[in-house]
Design a protein around this ligand. Structure first.
Ligand code: RIB
Length: 307
């Protein structure tokens, strides 16, 4: 089977629940504090591995307790950490997350995540990558390294999946190196100027991504599901109604699950439906990597064996 390679961030998430977000100069009492391994890159790798894909992580942590815990977490979920290196100078990335009324707000300290260079990723892909493997990345590492890594991956014949989160500008050269772009509504608006809501605005945004050079795009619409274009057809996948405990990592679960289905050679529509199930179950639990489901949890919840 083809493999999944993720170049991305590893953050220790420090998370606390509150009823209202504190204003400038205000202190509020929250509850339910916990720390747990996260980072968009790490979460997406864990989702792919938990769902059966042979998954490698390309990342950097600090020489500190969080770094050790991050590696242990990934390895515990079956992610190959051969290419997770340790920084001599920077600490492990940290995300401060406030959970408020079913949504979250995140403040990042990237630390070691920003140290990896495009050439570091290129060397790993050259050694490890085989045509048809899935390479995915996000925007929580250095933007230059992310852009270069996509160009390298494309050159080595890998299928490139890009989740430009948090949203930053994408150059024309980078767009042309992307086989599949996965964006949420805010990222879509930032990149195209179109806020995707109903089918018509989604179609316009999808066309805009094609015009900018991306091979294809999926727009995730939160509780309304996701949408893409397959050939001439618009594919709309509805979301599932589940108890909303914590939305952290739901988007990452979607993307990791999508990658795990893509390496199994599933059709795009089936990949999207499967990803939607993984994201739905992630919302029913607290935390990031810990909340992402295994295959058997998806089977039991949705009472079926297939995608
Ligand atoms: O997408 C969720 C992730 O974003 C969190 O785990 C946090 O680390 C931030 O990177």
């Amino acid at each position: 089977m083809k493999k999944v390679m993720v170049f991305g961030s590893l953050n220790m998430d420090l998370t606390i629940e509150c009823d209202t977000i504190p204003q400038a100069g205000e202190t509020l009492e929250g509850r339910g504090f916990f720390t747990n391994p996260g980072g968009k890159g790490g979460n997406q790798a864990v989702a792919a591995a938990k769902l059966g894909a042979h998954t490698y992580m390309i990342a950097r942590v600090g020489k500190d307790l969080f770094g050790r815990q991050m590696r242990e977490s990934l390895e515990g979920y079956g992610v190959d950490c051969t290419y997770v290196s340790e920084s001599q100078h920077k600490s492990t990335g940290v995300a401060i997350i406030t959970r408020c009324q079913g949504d979250n707000r995140i403040l990042l300290s990237p630390g070691a995540n920003h140290e990896i260079k495009g050439q570091d990723v290129d060397a790993i892909l050259k050694k490890l990558g085989e045509p048809g493997d899935v390479f995915m990345t996000q925007y929580e590492c250095s933007a230059a390294a992310v852009a270069e890594s996509l160009v390298s991956a494309k050159r080595y014949g890998l299928f490139t999946l890009f989740n430009p989160a948090p949203a930053k500008v994408i150059s024309p050269e980078t767009y042309r190196a992307v086989d599949l772009l996965v964006v949420n509504q805010t990222e879509c608006e930032f990149l195209t100027g179109i806020y995707p809501e109903e089918k018509e605005s989604c179609q316009r945004a999808l066309s805009r991504f094609s015009a900018m050079g991306a091979g294809n795009a999926i727009i995730t619409l939160g509780s309304r599901g996701s949408i893409s274009r397959v050939g001439e057809e618009i594919v709309e996948i509805s979301s599932y109604s589940v108890p909303n405990v914590d939305t952290t990592a739901a988007g990452d679960a979607y993307i990791g699950a999508l990658a795990s289905a893509l390496v199994k050679g599933e059709k795009m529509e089936d990949c999207m439906r499967y990803a939607t199930k993984a994201a739905a179950l992630t919302i029913t639990k607290q935390g990031a990597q810990i909340s992402i489901p295994y295959q058997n949890e998806i089977d039991i919840y949705f009472k079926e064996e297939s995608l």
